[in-house]
Design a protein around this ligand. Structure first.
Ligand SMILES: Nc1ncnc2c1ncn2[C@@H]1O[C@H](COP(=O)(O)OP(=O)(O)OP(=O)(O)O)[C@@H](O)[C@H]1O
Ligand SMILES: [Mg+2]
Length: 234
């Protein structure tokens, strides 16, 4: 079953159109990658799913139309979002930032905190630290953790590896894989780091200037000479 179904999505910032008729679906239990260069519309696509950008078309989560819902109701439907560059509250502690994500799931706070600490043990040790003083990798972990606090069915992650060292990226990849395999979470990753997306996703959508150029498995995309030249190096 498609957990997320997007049909003919157009999005705009004021007069500027950013997405021109995107249609794609995300199967329950899968990891899907959205790749594309700067300005392709990856963040706009995720913001649209969260109801943060003016858009037309249809977005369904578990069969329910979300286009007219508020962001908080979209979170309640089971969509978690770790936005680009984390967007944490810098002068709040790790724990306080995590609790911000728990506004829809007050009864399960302790259980969700335990899950986040199990996934990222460093956050348990550093629970009282202001996120402004954390490393980029730790902040990314807080961002992912905060998105998990609402107990989502589907997690949207925007450029989780931006500015991070390869070893830290590996840790993020392991965490996303565990969430998918052990906890059954469906994951959508927007990335410019093509290899990161290819190593995790079963299906990839290539976005260029607001339109889908091509979709396929990592193997299918790697066998296309033009795409290989544009995105995958050699
Ligand atoms: N707040 C905004 N106001 C006006 N235009 C915007 C805004 N945010 C994005 N855009 C425009 O929308 C288009 C898509 O941008 P978007 O941020 O979605 O791209 P992206 O694929 O996420 O790029 P990046 O990899 O750099 O994050 C770009 O042309 C961008 O200039
Ligand atoms: Mg972006």
């Amino acid at each position: 079953m498609a957990l997320l179904e997007i049909t003919d999505l157009h999005a705009r910032y004021g007069m500027a159109k950013s997405l021109h008729g995107i249609s794609l679906s995300v199967e329950e239990g899968s990891i899907v990658g959205i790749i594309g260069p700067n300005g392709a519309g990856k963040s706009t696509l995720m913001d649209s799913i969260m109801g943060l950008v003016e858009n037309t078309g249809s977005i369904k989560v578990a069969g329910q139309e979300t286009t007219r819902l508020d962001t908080s109701d979209i979170v309640r439907l089971g969509v978690g979002y770790a936005p680009e560059r984390a967007h944490l509250f810098p002068y709040m502690s790790v724990r306080e930032n995590l609790l911000v994500g728990a506004f829809t799931a007050r009864e399960t706070i302790e259980e969700k905190l335990e899950q986040v600490h199990d996934l990222f043990p460093v956050l348990k040790d550093r629970w009282a630290q202001e996120t402004a003083t954390q490393s980029g990798g730790e902040r990314q972990m807080v961002s992912l953790g905060r998105a998990l606090m609402s107990d989502p069915k589907i997690l949207l992650v925007d450029e989780p590896t931006i500015g991070l060292a390869p070893k830290i990226c590996d840790g993020i990849a392991r965490a996303l894989k565990r969430l998918n395999q052990e906890m059954g979470l469906t994951v959508v990753i927007a990335e410019q780091n093509v290899n990161f997306a290819l190593s995790l996703a079963q299906e990839i959508h290539v976005l260029e200037t607001g339109s889908l150029r091509v979709s396929g498995t990592p193997e299918q995309l790697r066998s296309d000479p033009e795409l290989t030249k544009a995105y995958f190096g050699h």
